[in-house]
Write a protein that binds this ligand. Structure first.
Ligand SMILES: Cc1cc2nc3c(=O)[nH]c(=O)nc-3n(C[C@H](O)[C@H](O)[C@H](O)COP(=O)(O)OP(=O)(O)OC[C@H]3O[C@@H](n4cnc5c(N)ncnc54)[C@H](O)[C@@H]3O)c2cc1C
Length: 487
């Protein structure tokens, strides 16, 4: 599957002497850390969104910070771009290699370096998997809160670069709210520690979510939270999407902030039920999974209020998980919704936009209308409490024009999010995928500020080129395509 949304990428990158590059890297890396054969490079040709594929000149797998520094030094001297890759689960082509560049994979930097249970901090290398952090600290009664559905595989370095979220970020915040410090290797070879305690401009906040454009995160200290003593998970069914959407905004407006509040429409919940046998009501038009956590007394009080709010919004049934096993089953259905939906059609394209909570109903109606217009089914499963949509567009890339239609439908949805006062990404990032929509979301003056920030961190533009921040030329081209379409 190869899409066309960015075939006309920005200016071609300068040609590189591959032989000189391999010679330089071979002098600083052990042989097993340097991959150069096409069949070795192929597994890294895309991330979780395979619409764009490219083979890098070489792939390197350093196993120490000193090796990362050596790679950066070689690339700087030879003027070779670097794309950093964690686990490659990203959904915006952020870790897609550039053909004239090096792909630097952090998977061997996977040590939990230290745990300070008293200070509730853990120092980890960037290739550590998200779930491995909570596993490592569980014996101290602690956990790491941001929990992307990909948490079994995705790396903390990738989470930092994307400012990843997850089902429990409604109460506990995104990655940015749960990181204490990051040690960044800049393209000029400097190791800089950015922390929440720094005075002056908040460079830690600038780095988190910078999608591999500003530096390479080589060490991360995350904040940990005590495991809540009481948890209740409710499965709430509705016979209309509108009622379900309204229930979300009225809950938050009433001051109840669940740990997580996830919505699935009928296509998504039926697929998840067929896949995970989670006990979802197959005949519901939409469901909410709502998790409350904290001390037992406050959870009980919140549950009472929540149930009233749900009934007031038109809930047709409310079930509370009886025990941990049922709670895990409820979440298993949600967390396996993407692979479950993937069984409905040969391909799916996962979008990621945000909208104000009050606009959930309106945007879902719009998605339904565009889905009919393009004749492509869409399943919706998303972080409703945060207003973070994940429409999954279903298609068959083997049919001529189907991928282009899916991309067009995706772009329509993102541009509708902007119109409704939302954004083009909640947690998956811009990458190469949404680079055109940056020209819709931001003005030229704003984009120029982004370019200046990029130049401040990476003056030569060697880190993850062609991603996230569009060139002026690209913006003009895309805006003119849009205005022709309107005319
Ligand atoms: C089934 C599925 C479900 C998902 N659910 C969620 C979800 O609930 N919430 C969510 O937020 N995301 C979700 N994602 C998207 C993805 O898992 C996240 O974006 C994740 O943070 C990517 O981590 P990664 O290690 O795979 O990064 P990669 O895909 O390898 O890289 C992502 C970006 O980070 C950069 N990067 C990676 N490591 C570093 C580093 N050490 N230093 C600097 N830059 C770096 C890369 O250059 C790239 O731009 C999901 C993906 C899938 C496939």
């Amino acid at each position: 599957m190869t899409g066309n949304f960015d075939q006309k990428l920005d200016d071609a990158l300068p040609a590189v002497d591959r032989t000189a590059l391999i010679r330089a890297l071979a002098a600083v890396l052990p042989a097993e850390s340097l991959l150069i054969e096409p069949e070795q490079l192929r597994p890294f040709e895309c991330d979780g969104l395979p619409t764009v594929r490219a083979l890098p000149l070489v792939t390197v797998l350093p196993d120490s910070v000193a090796q990362v520094q050596a790679v950066v030094s070689c690339c700087r001297e030879l003027g070779v771009p670097i794309v950093t890759r964690g686990a490659g689960t990203g959904l915006s082509c952020g870790a897609t290699p550039v053909e004239a560049g090096v792909l630097l994979v952090t998977s061997r930097l996977d040590a939990v370096l230290s745990i300070d249970a008293e200070a509730r901090l853990a120092r980890v290398q960037p290739g550590v998997r998200n779930l491995a952090i909570s596993d490592a600290v569980a014996e101290h009664g602690l956990f790491y809160a941001p929990d992307p559905s990909s948490q079994l595989a995705c790396s903390i370095g990738g989470n930092v670069a994307e400012n990843a979220g997850g089902v429990h970020c409604l109460k506990y915040g995104l990655t940015i709210n749960n990181v204490h410090s990051v040690t960044v290797l800049t393209m000029d070879g400097e190791l800089v520690e950015l922390t929440v305690d720094d005075l002056g401009p908040d460079l830690l906040a600038a780095f988190i979510g910078s999608e591999g454009l500003f530096g390479i995160a080589v060490e991360i200290t995350v904040k940990l939270l005590p495991t809540p003593p009481a948890v209740e998970t409710l499965l709430v069914a509705f016979d209309s999407v509108a009622d379900c959407s309204r229930a979300v905004s009225t809950t938050i407006a009433a001051g109840v902030i669940p740990a997580g509040m996830e919505m699935m429409d009928q296509t998504a919940l039926q697929a998840a039920e067929d896949f995970a046998r989670a006990g979802y009501p197959r005949d519901a038009a939409a469901i909410l999974l709502v998790e409350l956590d904290g001390h037992a007394s406050s959870v009980a009080a919140e549950r009472e209020v929540l149930e009233q709010l749900m009934r007031g919004a038109g809930a047709t049934s409310i079930r509370c998980a009886r025990d941990d096993a049922e709670r895990e089953l409820f979440w298993k259905g949600r967390k396996s919704a993407f692979p479950a939906v993937a069984r409905l059609k040969p391909d799916y394209y996962c979008m990621d936009g945000t909208i104000p909570r009050a606009a959930i109903g309106e945007v879902l109606d719009y998605i339904c209308e565009r889905s009919e217009y393009y004749d492509l089914p869409v399943a919706n499963v998303f972080h409703a409490g945060d207003g973070n949509l994940h429409p999954l567009i279903l298609f068959d890339a083997n049919l001529p024009g189907a991928l282009e239609k899916a991309e067009r439908l995706g772009a329509d949805i993102l541009e509708k999010c902007i119109t409704l006062g939302g954004t083009i990404t909640g947690e998956h990032g811009v990458g190469r995928e949404k680079i055109n929509q940056m020209a819709v979301q931001f003005s030229d003056a704003e984009l120029e500020q982004f370019r200046r920030l990029k130049r401040a961190f990476d003056p030569e533009g060697l880190l993850n080129p062609g991603k996230t921040i569009p060139t002026l030329k690209r913006c003009q081209e895309y805006r003119s395509i849009l205005s022709e379409r309107v005319a």
